[in-house]
Design a protein around this ligand. Structure first.
Ligand code: C2O
Ligand code: CU
Ligand code: CU
Length: 523
């Protein structure tokens, strides 16, 4: 099936209105339901699952320090329309097929509002998982202006639920952002980039039996990674956006299961990156192209001022899948993302590209209380299928990452494999210290790290707050982070959703300081 690119206009997800707002909090209800959505005007409507009847879900916009209460209501059917793999952890036939739990990615929230993968619930909260927490989630939003996103996180089916449409953007604003005088209003545009494949009848395609199915389960769906052949932005395949001759701000989110994008404009214009996962960078970074991995967000300014009226500028992708050793994209399909069509300016552009955006204090590596090694492993499961692990452990193995609240930790993400894994840690925004190349053959033989070069500093656009990092193959990626203020159970995982479901996810328990014994004193 070939769809005409740049036929449909880019939709802009609406901003969700709260049900009520008072001095203490803002209350929202968000319903997950099944409906039909047209991804392209040459495609029949497609069955999807989305928040508030939208794919992607509505954008939630909050102010720093405002408390939001959200009831995420599951009104989905009892049967999944994508192939659940009952061989995966938490997906046994005795479990309900359709389970959901919402995670606000990048947010620092108490554990009972973080969307622990086993805190799932079914339609109408009829059944709940072994770690069910609360019906209304509470988000303190005590972090600087940035782009977060919410998405489903139910154990063993996250890849299916997100692919079905359960994802949306969440924006925190603050005073600093207002002073910066960036392009705003209709000139600030979210771009949620995803990829899908469609069956001839327009239904969503997700593969089954990619690897040999075990005899007792004739149909299974786990795969080492799935990338669709159709690129979707804000719910439309290869859309176009009319842009005036002026500056725009694009909040780019890669909401794909597996696919990385190496993004460029065919006009040769630069992207000016102003923010990363957790907030503004110190200063803008000019980029001719950039790589965005699953779950990463990049806040970009593009200046169309000097482009001629009528110009058509394509946003293209050149990243291989799996990244970055697989097949290159086809320049006519997955090598295309969207198109900008330049029109005349309707008013003066008074927005600016500030020289300074944010002050960010570096962590001092000398104060790291703890160094943890996290190895990204590939092995085989009991059926001989590829199994991705962290430190050779599966999700259900006992907890090994138990940082003490308030401690600064260094995590060394050791990637002896071939691909880039986007490693994501809940509760924190971290900093990328560096990446050090090592001898992977020696590591495979001896388990010892033998460095083969000097530490490489992070890319300029990785020098701010991050919650998801591209762990390069043959490199130890070193991160610095401070856990807190909340205690309790979270997770960290690879954000390739097929890896996360099988089984590249681990619990993370933030502990109280050892010397502080719980007493019954009031303070
Ligand atoms: Cu975006 Cu644990 O996830
Ligand atoms: Cu997260
Ligand atoms: Cu991975």
């Amino acid at each position: 099936m070939s769809l005409t690119p740049f036929l449909d206009k880019l939709p802009i997800p609406r901003v969700l209105a709260p049900l009520r707002r008072d001095k203490c909090s803002t209350y929202y209800e968000v319903e997950m339901r099944e409906f039909f959505h047209q991804f392209h005007s040459e495609l029949p409507p497609t069955k999807v699952w989305g928040y508030e009847g939208q794919v992607p879900g509505p954008t939630i916009e909050v102010e720093e320090g405002e408390t939001t209460l959200i009831q995420w209501k599951n009104n989905l059917p009892d049967k999944h329309f994508l192939p659940v793999d009952h061989t995966l952890h938490g997906c046994h036939e005795s479990m309900p097929e359709v389970r959901t739990v919402v995670h606000l990615h990048g947010a620092n929230v108490p554990p009972d509002s973080d969307g622990y993968p086993e805190a799932w619930y079914t339609n109408g909260f009829k059944k709940c998982g072994p770690c069910f927490t609360r019906k209304v989630y509470e988000y303190p939003n005590h972090q600087p202006a940035t782009t977060l996103w919410y998405h489903d996180h139910a154990i063993g089916i996250t890849r299916l639920n997100v692919y079905a449409g359960l994802a949306g953007m969440y924006i925190i604003r603050d005073k600093n952002e207002k002073y910066l005088n960036l392009p705003s209003g209709i000139y600030e545009v979210p771009l949620v980039i995803q990829d899908k494949s469609f069956n001839p009848d327009g239904s969503l395609f997700y593969p089954t039996n990619v690897q040999n199915p075990p005899p007792e389960y004739p149909e299974v769906s786990i795969t080492p990674g799935f990338a669709g052949d159709t690129i979707i932005v804000n719910g439309k395949a290869w859309p176009y956006l009319e842009v005036e001759q002026r500056k725009y701000r694009f909040r780019i989110l890669n909401g794909s299961n597996e696919r990385f994008y190496r993004i460029k404009l065919d006009s040769g214009q630069s992207f000016i990156q102003i923010g990363s996962d957790g907030g503004f960078l110190r200063k803008p970074v000019w980029l001719d192209e950039f790589v965005i991995g699953p779950a990463e967000r990049m806040d970009m300014i593009v200046d169309f001022t000097n482009q001629p009226v009528g110009a058509r500028i394509k946003m293209t992708n050149s990243a291989r899948t799996p990244f970055d050793f697989g097949a290159p994209p086809d320049p006519n399909t997955d090598g295309l993302i969207m198109e900008f069509r330049v029109i005349a300016r309707t008013s003066e552009d008074t927005s600016v590209i500030p020289e300074r955006l944010n002050c960010i204090k570096d962590y001092d590596v000398c104060f790291a209380e703890k160094v943890r090694d996290i190895t990204l492993d590939v092995g085989a499961d009991q059926y001989g299928r590829l199994l991705f692990k962290l430190n050779d452990c599966e999700f259900m193995d006992y907890i090994t990452e138990d940082p003490i609240v308030g401690d600064l930790e260094m995590w060394r993400i050791i990637n002896p494999g071939l691909g880039v894994h986007p490693l994501h840690i809940h509760q924190v925004q971290f900093r990328v210290l560096d990446r050090i190349p090592f001898d992977t053959a020696a590591y495979a033989q001896t388990g010892q790290l033998r460095f083969t070069g000097e530490p490489e500093p992070p890319n300029e656009n990785e020098t701010g707050w991050k919650d998801t990092v591209q762990a390069y193959p043959g490199h130890v990626t070193r991160l610095l982070m401070r856990f807190g203020p909340y205690l309790g159970r979270y997770v960290y995982h690879c954000h390739i959703l097929e890896h996360e479901d099988h089984d590249m996810m681990r619990p993370l328990e933030v502990k109280p300081p050892e010397h502080c014994h719980q007493t019954d004193q009031p303070f």
